[in-house]
Design a binder for this molecule. Structure first.
Ligand code: NOJ
Length: 663
């Protein structure tokens, strides 16, 4: 492929299947299995979705209410419609795949109100082999410069007898909850997306959104027996205030035959644009990093100044030495800056992002890190006080750029932004985007904690490497169940990479007892995807531990990923191929039940002889009373082989597979 088509993709037109009659039209996926029907019923727009002739979404209403205007979505007529096919393969900067296939049939339906004020809008549908997406587009029009949306009425009429895995919206800990699994009819309050549903049709469906910019994030609620969109409001109750022309984020329905196939979908990334060619992202590089982190969370060190301050000069230099010794190329410095004294989460007003704490000789530490070839990951904890942060942000990012620091972890702990607005409101969405763009100008890559959920914008802004946005290992010590991380591949991970802070080796710590076996900690590096990946434990637990070699070897970006086995909330097994070598890595995790799986190696190259370095739970391993027992062994394998692998309760396994001749 030539440079131009590698950068911008290959586009070919095909003849999509479509049918049109009067006030309805329909369209099919490229493989003909998914069918989208759009109709106007008494002038009101509706859509429905079928797969293989089975109804997935019954006719569902689309519409809006704007402040100071009549409801929008009645008395409409189709002015014209236009369809096209799209087929391209685009290269990623980093990802679960080095190239992604983007193939859909699109229909744009142009609508006009027959009555006053005669407003115009377009509904654009894309039908993929793995689902359907659509968005509302409001063109520039007479007498309307801006709109204040007070309701978006997008229905998703999926049979409410289906079961779903969900976390509640509008809660103080944002997305950091354990998933619940209930029938849809029992939803009593709005839930976040991705909302993954095992539908009564047999299919798995996940409702999410893509390309969320300048708009409130979409939650889902049950209203009059139907699922409907619930847009996170601003403090004044409105959902979004925008100038025309404007297009909403894509409303996405990923549809798959089984739970594992759901995890193969790349629709959310495909619905985002490639980077603007004016923005150079060639500097973006995946990385692994250790941190002054777990010691803070178990109270051994502090973020705040004092005797146990973690990020002082001496301790930071020791951690830099540990990075060097253990072969981990970067170090996160939490607590490097002032403002942590007292109840920092209370309002975050004391955070200063442009100077170090008095016991940290920042220039010295930076020079030392450089001399040891260790990069630093800076930290901006805002406690959600975005006013304080935005006042300092430009100077603070210039400050990092001045020190040649290219990685930054941000944080928005606290239940509201500025004690007033939801993290997921239009205000939050705009703030997070501003940070991404200012960082991009300064070649800074981001790991965002307490973020807005992922909607694939990292395709356009690849310096946005990873987000938290789910309950991670900081909740160990009572807040994690073994089941949790077997739900995430089918829910949270559909929204993109996740910083779950894997790699804890002191699993029996009395302050925060970890619900995991040692082999499972290795497995997370494969089952959870993150191109800016933490090695979260304290260095002394890694020294002389043979299991650590797997963490040194495992890549953070991949040529391809092959999800193999799994059921939501029970287990998950995935194989991934390294981008820069012929090596494969396989990870598997289970819930609180031990199980043995049969792992077919048919993803390997045929005829090649490989060596599998297997790390698995021992027969007597158990996450509760014997988490550290691990079996590490090597075995010659070929693609025609299969391996029986035991996973203990709360356990897992991790395998590195290398060609027998290579090392
Ligand atoms: C919560 C983040 O998730 C965690 O990683 C961080 O250490 C603390 N906030 C302090 O910023």
């Amino acid at each position: 492929m030539g440079l131009f088509s590698r950068l911008f993709g290959r586009h070919t037109k095909e003849k999509p299947h479509k049918k049109t009659s009067g006030q309805s039209c329909e369209h099919q996926s490229p493989d003909g299995r998914i069918r989208l029907v759009f109709t106007l019923q008494n002038g009101q727009p509706h859509y429905s979705v079928e797969k293989d002739g089975k109804e997935i979404v019954r006719p569902s209403r689309l519409g809006f209410e704007f402040r100071g205007q009549p409801p929008f979505g009645d008395n409409l007529e189709i002015v014209r419609h236009h369809s096209r096919g799209h087929d391209e393969t685009w290269p990623t900067f980093w990802g679960e795949e080095s190239e992604i296939h983007n193939n859909y049939n699109e229909i744009a339906v142009y609508l006009e109100e027959k009555t006053e004020p005669g407003r115009l809008f377009t509904l654009r549908f894309r039908v993929f082999n793995d689902g359907v997406a659509f968005r509302y587009e409001f063109p520039a029009q007479n007498n309307i410069d801006n709109i204040i949306a007070v309701r978006e009425d997008t229905e998703f009429a999926i049979d409410v007898n289906s079961t779903a895995w969900w976390i509640p919206a509008y809660q103080p800990d944002r997305y950091e909850y354990l998933y619940q699994n209930t029938p849809l009819f029992s939803l009593t309050a709005p839930v976040h997306t991705p909302l993954t549903i095992h539908s009564t049709s047999g299919s798995f469906v996940s409702i999410h959104e893509a390309a969320l910019y300048n708009y409130g994030s979409m939650n889902i609620k049950l209203e009059n027996g139907k699922l409907v969109s619930d847009i996170t409001p601003l403090a004044d109750g409105s959902k979004a205030q925008v100038n025309l022309p404007f297009e909403t984020p894509w409303r996405v329905l990923i549809i798959a035959h089984n739970a594992v196939d759901l995890t193969k979908s790349r629709m959310v990334l495909n619905l985002n644009d490639p980077p603007n060619p004016k923005n150079d992202f060639s500097w973006v590089k995946p990385i692994k990093f250790m941190g002054i982190w777990w010691a803070l969370h178990i109270g051994e060190m502090t973020w705040a100044s004092g005797d146990r301050h973690g990020a002082n000069t001496e301790n930071t230099m020791e951690y830099i030495d540990a990075c060097k010794r253990l072969g981990i190329p970067a170090l996160l410095l939490e607590g490097w800056n002032p403002g942590w004294e007292g109840d920092w989460m209370g309002d975050g007003a004391n955070f200063d992002f442009t100077s170090p704490q008095s016991d940290l000789d920042f220039p010295r530490v930076i020079n030392y890190a450089r001399s040891q070839n260790v990069q630093l990951v800076a930290h901006h904890e805002t406690a959600g006080n975005i006013e304080n942060y935005e006042q300092q942000m430009i100077t603070a990012l210039d400050y990092l750029q001045g020190f040649d620091i290219h990685y930054l972890k941000t944080g928005y702990a606290g239940s509201m932004l500025g004690k007033r607005d939801y993290h997921h409101s239009q205000l939050g969405v705009k703030h997070y985007q501003k940070v991404v763009e200012e960082c991009a100008k300064r070649q800074i890559m981001l790991d965002v904690h307490e973020p807005i959920k992922g909607t694939g914008i990292e395709r356009t802004w690849p310096n946005l490497m990873v987000r938290e946005g789910a309950r991670g290992q900081e909740y160990e010590g009572g807040g994690i169940t073994p089941e949790h991380f077997t739900v995430l591949p089918f829910t949270r991970m559909l929204a993109g990479s996740f910083d779950m802070t894997p790699g804890l080796f002191d699993l029996t710590n009395s302050v925060k007892r970890v619900t995991s076996t040692l082999a499972r900690q290795l497995a997370f590096y494969v089952t959870i995807f993150s191109p800016m990946e933490m090695v979260s434990g304290r260095p002394r637990y890694y020294d002389n531990n043979p299991a650590f070699k797997f963490i040194q070897d495992v890549p953070t970006t991949w040529e391809k990923s092959v999800p193999l086995l799994g059921e939501v909330g029970d287990y998950f097994v995935i194989a991934r191929k390294d981008l820069n070598s012929p090596n494969w890595f396989v990870g598997g995790i289970t819930d609180e039940n031990a199980r043995t799986i049969n792992l077919y190696l048919d993803f390997l190259e045929p005829e090649v002889e490989y060596i599998a370095e297997i790390h698995k739970d021992a027969p007597d391993t158990h996450f509760r009373d014997n988490p550290l027992a691990i079996d590490i062994n090597e075995q010659h394998v070929r693609s025609s082989d299969s391996l029986n692998i035991f996973m203990a309760a709360g356990g897992g396994f991790a395998i590195r597979i290398r060609p027998a001749l290579a090392h």
